[in-house]
Structure formats: C-alpha cells, structure tokens
Write a protein that binds this ligand. Structure first.
Ligand code: 5AD
Ligand code: SF4
Length: 477
C-alpha cells in the first residue's frame, strides 16, 4: 500500500520496540520500518515471529545481533532513503562483524538477489510473503551464507500470527484485512512487490479486534490496498467467478466492517484505502449506520482528468469519481474526505493539470497526500509510456497542488470551530504536558487541557480555536 497513509514522518525509520521483551539473554533485534501502514503492520508480524525465537528489541543498532529494515519501493525517493540508511548500518558491521543485516518488504521483493550484489553488507533479503521463513534465514546467515526468500504467495495472510504491537500508544492499532493488489494501476509497483490480492478470514480479523479491545485499545484501522475488494469466500484468494451459492455465503467489506463495529460501541473503526472504482453505497450506508465507524474516507483520485485516469488504468473517470464524492456527501454528510494525487504523469498537459486543480476545488478535501510522478521499473507505465514531463514542471505543478491543499485543509479545519467533537485521547500533547491530543471521527487532531482525562478516554471537546490542521478546545461534560 501506500507510503503515506496514517504513518507520520516522525515514525519513519524509528526503532520499533516490543513492549514486553522476551527472556533476558536472548538475541537483540533492531527493527525499523519505512513506508505505509501495511509495512508497519507487517513489522508487528515480524516481531511476533522473532519474539517466539527469544529475540528482544533494542533502540541502538550498535548493540544489535540482527538489524531488519522493512522497506518501501513506491517511489524512487523511498528507495534512496533506505540505501542511505544502509550506509549507517555499515558502521555497526565494522564494530561487530557477526552482525546480520536483513532487508525486508517491497524493496527486497523488487530487487531480489540483485540486492546482495548491489549492497555487499546485506545478508538477508526477504519479501513480504516470506516472513515465516525468517528463523531459517537467520540460521543460514549465521553460518556466513547469504539468505534470500522472495517467494510471493497466493494464500499467505499471516492470519494465525498474533502481531506484537510495536511503538504503540495502547489506544490505536492496525489490522490487515487483505494483502497484495490486483489492480495494476499503470504507475504502481505494489502488484509486483506484494503479489496477488487475497482476503483474510473474517473470524481471525474479528478475534484480533476483540482481543485489542480487551487489552484497552479503542480504535482499529482495517488495512488493505483496496479495502472495497475485500471478499472472503472461504478459500482466501478471491474467486474470479463465484457462483450464486458462494456469493451468498461470502463476507463483503461492508459485512466485515459491521462485524467489527458490533464488537463494542466504544471500539472505533477506521479503514484504508478505499478505491473509487469499487467503493459501493452499501459500504457508505454501513459507515453511516454505526456511530463507531469513523466518518472519514481516504479516496485517492490520482488525477482530475479522464484521459490521464484512463492511461493510469484507474478504472474510473472524473465524472465517476465525483459521483462517488456526491454519494459520500449524501449518505455521510459529516464525512471528511482525503486524497492521493500524482502530478506530472506521462504526457500530462497544462490543461490536464488544471483539471486536477479544478477537481480539488470541487471536492475541497480535508487532507491530501501529493506526489510527483516517479517512474517505477516493470510497471505498465514504464513499459509503455514516456516519462516526459520535465522535473521542474512536475515540481511546479506539485507546488500548486500542495498550496491549494494547504488552503483547503485550513478552511476545512476552521469549519470545526464552534462545534463539539467526540475525541478519542491518544496521548499527551507534544507541545505541552498539560494538554492531551486525540482525533475526532473525521480524523482531525484535537488538543485540549488535560484535567483528569487520560489516554483511551472518549472526551467531548468544544472547539474554540484552530491552527492550519489542528483543532483546539476544552472538554465539556
Ligand atoms: N510515483 C508517484 N507516486 C506514486 N504513488 C504510487 N506510485 C507512484 C509513483 N510511481 C502514489 C499514489 C498512491 C500513493 C500511495 O503513492 O498516489 O496512491
Ligand atoms: Fe497500487 Fe493501484 Fe493497487 Fe493502490 S490500487 S496499490 S495504486 S495498483
């Protein structure tokens, strides 16, 4: 999935710690993750597998026996960042020649054993579907050999592995509901690095959410590249042509969300990412029906121009997308909507760029994640189109899009002033120990004086002020 969603910049590459470490004396793991929420969620699977092997985590890679970096390949820049990080690990390998360095995730899958040739200090290369083999791979690496497993699977969902929560606030958690992607957007490397789409058994999803709730968590985010195509027909891999009987027994995304929402009204449900071509009214009605399903839809548009959307193989037009926006507004009137946009895709003209700006004006998104197009190896776009928009034009168009979004975000935030929101407290504000922060249903951060409230509480906050992206107020009874 998506490099951006829900994972803020401060968490990128932060040492991920298991809170209740295994027995002392075990080996030490330094684990860090880049990219999207799915990667952070996968790191919790990795931690779970290694904890069972007696590993504990460390924040200092100089004292680690194993360094694992979970990587992202979505844009060239994401890969450069990992390469840079590897040069820092080199120092640790100098002081500890037995140190094992492993590269996990999308970049590992994309480059496979080529990685070992390009980066001599790497010992292990492992793709997102091969984490169960980590113990064997470590064993191999301990004998001084290089170890690679980049097999992709049509079934693996790690459904039976209870993730170890990492760097958690104890209130919010991610749950993967699908893996892989079958959409083949022309610009996107994900179908190559994460393989075929498969849905996870709904029972294991509901049980994981229940377990989190019992441990004090109050919000789960259901994760998938395209949550709307979630479909459990018993076997995992989505059946191409299900029979009427199979369909009647299947669990859809709407039904899955309902099951999770019914666990407890105090368990909030979020989800990411929705796909405009697949997001149904049925899903929107379920969101509207349950107060604990958040009024927030992340609906990447990528471009406001139908010719570009066609080239991108997105499966919808500008008109279709705007019809989905209208459906959200009608069915969930208080919803916040956010987007992803790619600017400077192959052959994009100035007029087509202005279509993206005008679509933004029509929707006026609450938030946005905006990128300049970056050509990725093996993708349809790389094979069939020319990356012909000059860098400085991409940069200028991106700036125009970002400037407009900053303006819209500020306007949307301001609309919250004077209103009361139910806020789930996530922790103490970074700016002041006397203040708490949390989010409202629409996913906007709300800050207010602490009084006797604490993490995990739901607090009604009357907002009387704001900054560009944060609401400020006071608790009301
Ligand atoms: N170049 C730029 N942005 C990209 N994205 C995906 N692939 C590329 C690419 N090759 C963006 C899309 C996607 C988000 C996660 O990253 O907007 O929704
Ligand atoms: Fe990539 Fe498109 Fe799949 Fe999202 S839906 S992961 S952009 S191929």
């Amino acid at each position: 999935m998506h490099e951006n969603k829900e994972i803020d910049e401060s968490k990128q590459g932060e040492a991920l710690m298991i809170e209740s470490p295994a027995a002392k004396g075990g080996k030490k793991l330094f684990l860090e993750s880049y990219g999207c929420a799915m990667n952070f969620s996968d790191s919790e699977i990795v931690a779970s597998i290694l904890k069972d092997q007696g590993f504990s985590t460390t924040q200092d890679f100089f004292e680690a026996d194993v360094i694992f970096v979970n990587t992202c390949a979505i844009r060239e820049g994401a890969e450069q960042r990992v390469r840079k990080r590897l040069t820092e690990y080199r120092k640790a390998k100098k002081t500890n020649p037995d140190l094992i360095i492993g590269v996990l995730g999308c970049m590992a899958e994309r480059l496979k054993s080529q990685f070992l040739e390009e980066e001599k200090l790497v010992d292990i290369v492992v793709g997102p579907d091969a984490y169960r083999s980590l113990p064997q791979l470590i064993e191999t690496a301990e004998t001084g050999q290089k170890a690679v497993n980049v097999l992709l699977s049509k079934e693996e969902t790690y459904a039976d592995i209870a993730p170890v929560r990492l760097g958690s606030n104890g209130v919010t958690a991610f749950i993967s509901i699908t893996r892989g992607c079958d959409n083949m957007c022309a610009f996107c490397v994900v179908p190559f690095t994460r393989g075929r789409e498969r849905s996870r058994d709904p029972e294991t999803i509901v049980n994981e959410a229940k377990d989190l709730f019992e441990k004090g968590y109050r919000e789960v985010t259901l994760l998938g590249q395209n949550v709307d195509s979630y479909l459990w027909t018993g076997g995992g891999l989505k059946k191409e042509n299900p029979t009427a009987q199979e369909l009647s027994e299947a669990t859809t995304f709407a039904q899955l969300m309902e099951k999770v929402a019914l666990i407890n009204p105090d368990l909030r449900v979020r989800f990411s990412t929705s796909h405009p071509k697949d997001m149904s009214d049925e899903v929107l009605h379920i969101i509207a029906k349950y107060d604990n399903i958040c009024s927030y839809v992340h609906l990447p548009v990528q471009s406001g121009n139908s010719r570009i959307l066609e080239m991108m193989n997105r499966g919808y037009t500008r008109e279709w997308y705007l019809n989905r926006i209208a459906a959200i507004r009608t069915i969930i009137p208080d919803a916040a909507i956010s987007m992803d946009i790619i600017t400077g895709f192959c052959s994009e003209t100035e007029e087509e760029h202005r279509d993206t700006l005008s679509l933004m004006e029509e929707v006026k998104y609450h938030f946005g994640y905006m990128f300049a197009y970056s050509e990725r190896p093996k993708t349809l776009a790389e094979r069939t189109y020319k990356d012909d928009v000059p860098e400085e034009i991409k940069k200028r168009r991106l700036q125009e899009i970002v400037d407009l979004q900053v303006k819209h975000s500020a306007e949307r935030t301001k609309e919250g002033v004077g209103k009361v929101f139910r806020v789930l407290v996530e922790g103490v504000s970074k700016k002041s120990a006397e203040e708490l922060y949390g989010r409202n249903s629409q996913n906007t951060v709300v800050v207010f004086p602490k009084k006797n409230y604490k993490k995990g509480d739901y607090v009604n906050v009357l907002v009387d002020n704001c900054t560009g992206g944060t609401l400020i107020g006071n608790a009301v009874d």
